[in-house]
Design a protein around this ligand. Structure first.
Ligand code: DGJ
Length: 728
């Protein structure tokens, strides 16, 4: 049992293995937050519910009560001046709402959220609490849901709004979760970046006022990430407290922490209210997406491991989640648009010899697409390039002994395309205004069911036509000119969210019709790498930047919150196409091994000494990938935090095996070796280093460390694989 209700004290206690979350009800029915943190043995806690100024005690100061009270779901306009989670406009155009507890229920397991990606769990793994609240003035009901995932120390939250009145109400803001706490000198850890350098970790102290990460780009974005952690100043990888909040959503979001006048912190997360409004007719409801909450009192490392387990066990539905993915070779950096059947078959033949298992045909196989200025939307095979047709190509690749994968960018349309010429109104745009191009393309209006149906049929038709095992689903621009040709004036504010629902519907249909398909999401690299997308695809392309050194940072930031097995990572050719940097082929391989692993180069053209290394890398992948897939991740050293080297380890759940990767980013003069203290081993066990046969104690490896030596220059790297042995 993870959820308890103390009838007498009116306290809900939500327990995971190591954490507790306490909610209290006031006499008036306000749903207040009491505590979130390390597990408590007893309910206790009611003294922390700040009821001293509650309206039934001091009606004349209701506003100062609302402005201080730690709320589970704060609302707008009636006296709480901090950030609200719900803004509702009545038929008069006035904004204000206030909710009171009416009832609750607890169920085993967790129901799905209609139309949205969301975590799942069976009875015994999770329990869900629903708290039903009413605004009697508006006739609006709010159900707050809390699902407790015992083993992973995760609590997920979401909110459903129901209009039980006879009038139309307008939701101007619906966030999904709030966490009110007293400040403990909190600092915010978040992920920020740009195209080619996604998800770099940043950290800074809160100061009075509001600090946020957000997106208004129509996708979760390269720039800011729907995640934040509040950490105490002493928090490191291995110690200190961390409160993580992660949004299961792929569109505009808001993640905000506000430090207020009474030194209280309010952290909120949800769909960005910018250009959002939702018309709620009588008896309609609105389901807000889910927020994942995680608490660790053993630093950021423990937070990462809890999230990794949670996403692997309860978010990624793909049958591939715990399977070794085929090692693929993708032709994008190999050929860009300049390829044909023969070229692809040459790559496939050479790849087969090296042990590669799948060929992925990237952008440029359809319409008249020989560069990026046309044909998106025309999903018809270009038989000038794919001369004998797609089925024949796929069959030939299969005969060579490789599986076949294909690229799509289904959400887009080129101005120069038959689709756009036929249906110009299917592209998102504002009446009378020339649409803004980005990569010379427009975005399809996926709020329209006929557009979704058309797009789906285009993709499905191709997949039905040949033996296609993998799809890379790309999205190469962000949304602007956000207008729909069909939504009425008072519903245009729904377009951003309806667009995301359209994407979810498309991917849901795809994985339903093709349950064995390996789907990889992508958005100009990693602009839509979020928990929503991993519900549909077990892996996402991390970044267009395949330079091994940049990848160290990108993958460190990504691995802070996502399992390594989600991270699309390939070995590419050098000089790197984005940075011109030259790194050793072996290091490129070692860095890509931390993710899904594959190649993104012309194997028929690369240097012989590089090609010769591929079979060895393939062997390493087969040998170690089970650790990457399901092991515990430990960050040991970080180049991005000023160390000249980067180091991480994956440890099997039974602590029997560990794979350590160490990359010397910058060599130092007059320094031969350094010590790297491992983490997460069993101090009582003995471990054998595969390379030398030397035996070490787990305690020795953790307390003294391994000696890194012999890395002679910049960008050199080394793998260490240890396996436990019975005796010396
Ligand atoms: C962006 C992706 O991230 C690349 O890998 C490649 O698929 C291109 N789009 C193709 O246009």
């Amino acid at each position: 049992m993870g959820i308890y209700f103390d009838e007498e004290k009116k306290i809900f206690k939500l327990d995971t293995e190591n954490t507790s979350y306490l909610i209290g009800l006031t006499g008036e029915g306000y749903v207040g937050h009491i505590y979130y943190g390390k597990k408590l043995l007893r309910t206790g806690g009611r003294y922390l519910l700040r009821t001293e100024k509650s309206p039934s005690v001091l009606k004349r100061e209701k506003s100062s009560f609302l402005d201080t009270f730690p709320m589970e779901y704060p609302t707008c306009g009636v006296g709480d001046y901090r950030e609200s989670c719900l803004d509702v406009m009545n038929p008069m155009g006035q904004t204000g709402c206030e909710f009171f507890y009416r009832s609750h229920e607890v169920i085993e397991g967790k129901p799905a959220l209609k139309g949205l990606p969301a975590s799942f769990g069976k009875a015994g793994e999770t329990e869900t609490l629903f708290i039903h609240c009413e605004d009697p003035v508006l006739g609006l009901w709010v159900t707050l849901s809390y699902s407790v995932f015992m083993k992973e120390d995760v609590i997920t939250r979401s909110v459903k709004i129901e209009n039980k009145s006879t009038s139309t109400l307008v939701l101007d803001k619906v966030y999904s979760a709030c966490l009110d706490m007293d400040n403990r000198d909190f600092e915010m850890v978040s992920l920020a970046g740009s195209w080619g350098r996604e998800r770099r970790i940043q950290r800074s102290a809160l100061s009075y006022g509001r600090k946020n990460m957000s997106s208004v780009r129509g996708e979760s974005s390269h720039q800011e990430h729907p995640f934040m952690a509040l950490v105490t100043p002493e928090t490191t990888q291995d110690q200190g407290e961390a409160y993580g909040m992660h949004f299961v959503y792929s569109g505009n979001f808001m993640a905000q922490a506000e430090l207020g006048q009474y030194d209280q912190v309010r952290a909120v997360m949800g769909i960005n209210a910018w250009q959002f409004s939702w018309q709620l007719l009588p008896s309609e409801s609105f389901q807000a997406p889910e927020v994942v909450l995680v608490y660790s009192d053993e630093g950021l490392g423990k937070m990462s491991r809890s999230l990794h387990d949670f996403y692997r066990n309860h978010m990624i539905r793909s049958p591939y989640v715990f399977k070794k993915r085929p090692i693929l070779i993708n032709n994008w950096e190999a050929t860009y648009f300049n390829f044909n059947t023969e070229k692809l078959l040459d790559i496939a033949r050479e790849a087969k010899k090296a042990g590669i298992e799948m060929l992925v045909m990237d952008d440029g196989w359809f319409g008249k697409r020989n560069n990026d200025n046309c044909s998106l939307g025309d999903w018809v095979v270009n038989e000038e390039k794919i001369t004998t047709g797609l089925k024949d190509l796929v069959d030939k690749v299969n005969e060579i002994g490789l599986e076949f994968g294909i690229w799509f960018e289904p959400e887009m349309v080129s101005p120069d395309s038959d689709l756009f010429r036929e249906h110009p109104d299917w592209a998102i745009g504002i009446v009378g205004r020339e649409r803004t191009q980005s990569r010379e393309q427009y975005v399809l209006d996926l709020s329209r069911q006929e557009v979704v149906d058309h797009v789906y049929e285009c993709v499905a038709k191709i997949l039905r036509s040949a033996n296609i095992a993998y799809v890379k689903w790309d999205m190469n621009r962000q949304l602007c000119d956000v207008g729909s040709a069909v939504l009425p004036q008072n519903q245009q504010g729904e377009l951003f969210h309806r667009y995301v629902l359209g994407v979810y519907q498309l991917q849901e249909r795809l994985v339903t019709e093709f349950p064995d398909l390996l789907l990889e999401n992508c958005s100009g690299g990693g602009a839509r790498f979020d928990p929503g997308m991993i519900y549909y695809s077990p892996q996402i392309w991390c970044s267009d930047d395949t330079d091994a050194m940049e990848r160290l940072r990108i993958q460190e930031g990504t691995a802070l919150i996502y399992p390594l097995s989600c991270m699309g990572a390939h070995v590419s050719d050098c000089p790197n196409h984005i940075l011109n940097r030259v790194t050793p082929f072996s290091t490129r391989g070692n860095v890509a091994l931390a993710g899904t692993f594959g190649y993104e180069l012309d194997i028929t053209k690369i240097a012989e000494e590089d090609r010769e290394q591929i079979p060895g890398q393939v062997e390493q992948y087969h040998k170690y990938n089970h650790l990457v897939q399901s092991g515990d991740y430990y960050r040991i050293a970080s180049w991005s935090s000023e160390k000249p080297y980067d180091c991480w380890a994956v440890v099997s759940k039974d602590r029997e095996e560990v794979l350590v990767t160490c990359v010397q980013v910058l060599a130092s003069p007059n320094r031969n070796s350094y010590c790297m203290r491992l983490k997460g081993l069993d101090s009582e066990k003995l471990y054998c280093l595969e390379e030398t046969g030397e035996i070490f104690g787990g305690d020795e490896l953790m307390q003294c460390g391994i000696l890194i030596s012999g890395l002679s220059g910049d960008f050199q790297s080394k793998l260490f694989y240890f396996k436990s042995v019975e005796t010396m």
